[in-house]
Design a protein around this ligand. Structure first.
Ligand SMILES: Cc1ncc(C[n+]2csc(CCOP(=O)(O)O)c2C)c(N)n1
Ligand SMILES: [Mg+2]
Length: 271
């Protein structure tokens, strides 16, 4: 395992559209969705829309069927497989939901490449209706971050990932497109990498004042560039890691030589 954790956003990063909009549009519920959007938070609206789909006779199989046709750039899966083969720990942080993400990843045969999926819970209830719940239960307590939507602060999730890897000196590469990916980008450290999708909301937010981002910024436009930039960064970090190992090895050798030199040349003669 390399010393790299790659954190992927899901919608418009791994898949090329918003999975929520894809399901609503493909099943013909766009108008109702647009009418309700001004009245409630996005995450609560998705739960409500799943109820609407169910009461209009749309089944879980209908939802799964449209999820299996979601558009994806052809270089994204090879990029994920290559990063995994190079020993990176791959994780997902997404404001979509577990049911959509797992259905898509299982269909694509890439679920097992990810060690962790952090997203809103999504499950089929006893009536065969999909429930979508908030990642943070904002009715109990607010997560306290003003940059993020009430149901999910991706920055808090990055904090937790950083804590879990802090002993191991690992570095993070974060890929994302949306405004929800701005908060985590502010929490990355000097040795980390931010890969914002060019001309998407997180890119525009970063461009307003790039100096507040401590991580190195590397943009990408589509799946092909995502693959090129990601593999370039992994390669660059691996070379740096090797150089660091060699230099610390040299230091050890120098240390042991000087330790030998400082030893008394002649053993003291016992009286
Ligand atoms: C202006 C505006 N209104 C509402 C939303 C909400 N929204 C749209 S798609 C999506 C899922 C993102 O998943 P992922 O985190 O995987 O990209 C969410 C939460 C938005 N992004 N922008
Ligand atoms: Mg996204």
């Amino acid at each position: 395992m390399s010393g790299i954790v790659v954190v992927f956003d899901f919608d418009k990063t791994i898949v090329d559209v918003d999975s929520d909009n894809w399901v609503i549009d493909e099943l013909g519920f766009t108008d109702l969705f647009n009418r309700l959007l001004p009245t409630m938070p996005w995450n609560s609206l998705m739960d409500r829309m799943m109820m609407e789909l169910h009461s209009h006779g749309k089944t879980i199989q209908d939802v799964e069927r449209v999820l299996r046709t979601i558009p994806l750039h052809p270089r994204v899966i090879p990029a994920i497989k290559a990063a995994h083969a190079l020993g990176c720990d791959l994780r997902i942080v997404s404001d979509a939901n577990m049911f959509f993400i797992e259905t898509i990843l299982n269909h694509l045969g890439i679920r097992a490449y990810f060690s962790e999926i952090n997203t809103n819970p999504g499950y089929v209830n006893e009536e065969g209706r999909l429930r979508i719940l908030p990642y943070h239960d904002f009715n109990k307590a607010s997560h306290g971050c003003t940059l993020c939507p009430p149901n999910m602060c991706k920055g808090l999730i990055i904090d937790r990932i950083q804590e879990s890897i802090s002993q191991e000196n690992k570095r993070i590469i974060y890929l994302g497109d949306g405004s929800g990916d701005y908060c985590p980008s502010l929490r990355l450290k000097e040795n980390d990498f931010m890969m914002p999708r060019k001309n998407f909301p997180v890119w525009d937010l970063i461009c307003k004042d790039p100096s507040v981002i401590k991580a190195e910024i590397n943009g990408w436009s589509d799946g092909e560039e995502l693959e090129q930039v990601l593999l370039h960064l992994i390669n660059k970090i691996s070379i740096e890691e090797k150089a660091h190992l060699i230099s610390s090895d040299c230091k050890l050798q120098t240390l042991s030589v000087s330790a030998l030199e400082s030893l008394p040349k002649v053993l003291p003669v016992r009286p």
